[in-house]
Design a binder for this molecule. Structure first.
Ligand code: ZN
Length: 372
């Protein structure tokens, strides 16, 4: 046997250094895996927001939109259990409970039995929870995250379901369903007894000083105004407000924010209504992304429950209006087309590909590491 020469010695040194490096990397691997879980999830639902709705805003925008800040994008198949075309109740229930159900169902399965929602799971696991919408808070999309009723039209029963939970914050319209009820109950009084500050005007929201109380914001008898009327920056403001409020919980939070009226622009076949509502929603998305970028432990998911209007960006080169874009609609109702899903933050890569709307629930539960 000959003695190892200088070159061999150097090679063995490199080899042992590499081994040490490899050991170091592998010992860090588990914590890296844990880092890929978000502490907070902000789910943002643009009701009725298909690709053409987003494209129309992008084509008419004068600056970069927040939608362009996402790297991970997938598609959600939106059918309900009883129809290829979903409504907002079944669409939201698919995302809140992870099961396909019938159109009109609020947090209940096809047999009308209640299912546990992601918001309820978050509560059970000690997270802070919130809902923000630009419609009546008892309307289908926010309702499906907190209530369990066989029909979306049971607004007063849905309002009562809010009191069966410990939700930390909800902001929207729908005051009438809380204090002008057939049963004569005043749920705003009951909320106050349960340690909620009940705010009934936007001025109260603008000037609110956080206390050690939960917040119920019911800013309109029914829905909030359109952007084209007098809503101002309610949605971006409420997005920041909710995040600032919920982030105090060290265990994390779940927050659902709905751009409710993009859908109504579709039902009205009104492209300008859609554009204004979507641009407002985009500003709210920017607030969520700004927080997620700084925070590092927040997953932001932006998607829709379905597309509305069969919206298309038609036109020809000879038409000089709107740079040749002529928005058209094929229906006053919802369509069966897939909707995009945008994700940013820890776990965002799980949202690429094509999957059922129910998978959004599954992915959130998995990322939060909740047992069902
Ligand atoms: Zn609709």
């Amino acid at each position: 046997m000959h003695k190892p020469n200088k070159k061999m010695k150097r090679n063995s040194t490199i080899l042992s250094l590499s081994l040490i490096l490899l050991l170091c990397i592998s010992s860090f691997a588990p914590s890296k895996k844990m880092d890929a879980r978000p502490t907070n999830i902000i789910l943002m639902i643009g009701d009725g927001m298909g690709l053409s709705q987003i494209s129309y805003s992008l084509l008419t925008a004068t600056q970069k939109m927040n939608f362009e800040r996402f790297n991970y994008i997938g598609f959600s198949r939106t059918s309900s259990s009883n129809h290829k075309i979903t409504d907002s109740a079944a669409g939201a229930t698919a995302m809140s409970c992870g099961r396909k159900t019938y159109n009109g169902a609020i947090g209940v399965f096809t047999n009308k039995q209640p299912m546990t929602t992601i918001l309820e799971l978050a509560e059970k696991n000690g997270l802070a929870t919130g809902l923000v919408a630009t419609c009546d808070i008892t309307h289908a999309t926010p309702a499906a995250f907190i209530a369990h009723q066989p029909s979306r039209n049971m607004y007063q029963e849905i309002a009562k379901d809010f009191l069966a939970t410990d939700i930390d914050l909800f902001l929207g319209g729908g005051l009438d369903n809380f204090n002008k009820r057939k049963d004569g109950d005043d749920l705003t009084r009951q909320l106050r007894v349960r340690n909620y500050d009940v705010l009934t005007s936007l001025a109260e929201l603008w000037n609110y000083e956080p206390k050690n109380k939960k917040v119920a914001g019911l800013f309109a008898p029914k829905h909030l105004p359109k952007m084209q009327e007098s809503r101002g920056d309610y949605l971006p403001f409420s997005t920041n407000f909710a995040i600032d409020y919920l982030k105090k919980n060290k265990k994390g939070f779940f927050l659902m924010i709905e751009g409710s009226q993009i859908d109504w622009g579709g039902h009205d076949n009104d492209a300008e209504y859609i554009r204004r509502e979507l641009n407002d929603f985009d500003i709210a998305i920017g607030k969520a992304l700004d927080f997620a970028e700084l925070n590092g432990n927040t997953l932001v998911i932006v998607t829709a429950d379905h597309e509305t209007g069969g919206f298309a960006l038609s036109g020809n080169e000879d038409d000089k209006t709107q740079d040749g874009i002529e928005p058209k609609f094929i229906t006053k109702n919802h369509t069966a087309t897939m909707v995009p899903v945008f994700a940013y933050g820890p776990g965002a890569s799980k949202f690429t590909g094509i999957y059922e709307n129910t998978a959004i629930f599954d992915k959130m539960v998995e990322l939060f590491n909740f047992s069902r």
